[in-house]
Ligand binder design. Structure first.
Ligand SMILES: Cc1ccnnc1
Length: 294
């Protein structure tokens, strides 16, 4: 057994459901010894290779391996892993502020300064992941959690590395899984993937944060995928009328069909919309121009 064979309930009390997805369920759990709360991600494991239900063990091992590498304030931490005959339980850092998805739904859309606050943290987490040659491949508001949605400056945590991939030197990787609204064109046409696919998703997420609209969503998944492949979107006149040109420039530099032309996470963090020049720099510029005039 790669993971702890003990029964998770010998160490943790299982409490309410926090979320559920393609993988299984996430429940709040209470660790008796430390008297602290965590999130238990209960993954059903396939008994036989051909059964449709549950995940195959290797994909769970991959998620665990990736989480064991990624230690960063904006990435959910993995504390422990238990396994039984048919289930693997990941003990994860509890992130109790809910999904960014629900936060936007409540507020309709965010002010640019609020969106920038969230994006800076998401991009710091991504920059760290990409530096470790790991791509998330399923970035969407549902997989971005807030530590405490009540606070004026909520901390962001990236979760759900079930589709993530660790690139080995020179090795090619293709996959066509993900969520239609957020997946990059190269994923749909089954081309070799890179960390640039995550940057496309950041472009989609930014568009949604600022407008509440989803740039490529059609009536059906099929229509959405067609819009993505055509890279067919525009800044809706009504919803983007008050949006700064810097914000639109940021989005335009991510929603580019050719993955090599998209900004990287590092480039995003120094884009003028995200990293405006400071007042000192402004004063310095104005002083120097006076020198030229004098
Ligand atoms: C849903 C979830 C996942 C990880 N940590 N806390 C909550």
């Amino acid at each position: 057994a790669l993971f702890k064979p003990e029964n998770v309930e010998d160490f943790y009390e299982i409490e309410e459901v926090l979320g559920s997805g393609h993988f299984g369920q996430v429940r709040k759990v209470y660790e008796r010894t430390s008297r602290t709360h965590w999130a238990g991600k209960f993954l059903k494991i396939r008994k036989t290779a051909c059964s449709r239900l549950g995940l195959d063990r290797t994909s769970v091992e991959r998620e665990v391996e990736i989480l064991q590498i990624l230690h960063h304030p904006n990435i959910v931490a993995l504390k422990d892993v238990f396994e039984s005959r048919s289930e693997v339980v990941l003990i994860l850092e509890l992130v109790s502020g809910g999904e960014l998805f629900d936060f936007i739904a409540e507020k309709e859309n965010l002010l640019e300064c609020e969106a920038i606050e969230f994006l800076k943290q998401i991009l710091e987490g991504l920059k760290f992941m990409h530096k470790n040659n790991i791509a998330h491949f399923d970035l969407k508001p549902e997989n971005i959690m807030l530590s405490d949605k009540g606070s004026p400056h909520p901390n962001i945590k990236l979760i759900d590395f079930g589709l993530a991939h660790h690139f080995c030197q020179g090795e090619e990787y293709r996959s066509t899984s993900g969520t239609p609204q957020y997946i990059a064109p190269e994923m749909i046409s089954n081309e070799p993937l890179s960390t640039a696919a995550d940057m496309w998703s950041i472009g989609v997420i930014t568009y949604i944060l600022l407008s509440g609209l989803s740039p490529f969503q059609g009536e059906t998944d099929e229509e959405t995928l067609k819009n993505v492949i055509a890279t067919d979107y525009q800044f809706n006149k009504h919803y983007f009328s008050m949006t700064s040109s810097m914000a639109k420039d940021f989005i335009m530099k991510l929603l580019i069909k050719n993955p090599n032309e998209r900004m990287t996470a590092e480039e995003c963090l120094v884009h003028p919309w995200i990293k405006p020049i400071t007042r000192i720099q402004v004063d310095k510029r104005s002083r120097s121009s006076i020198n030229m005039r004098s």
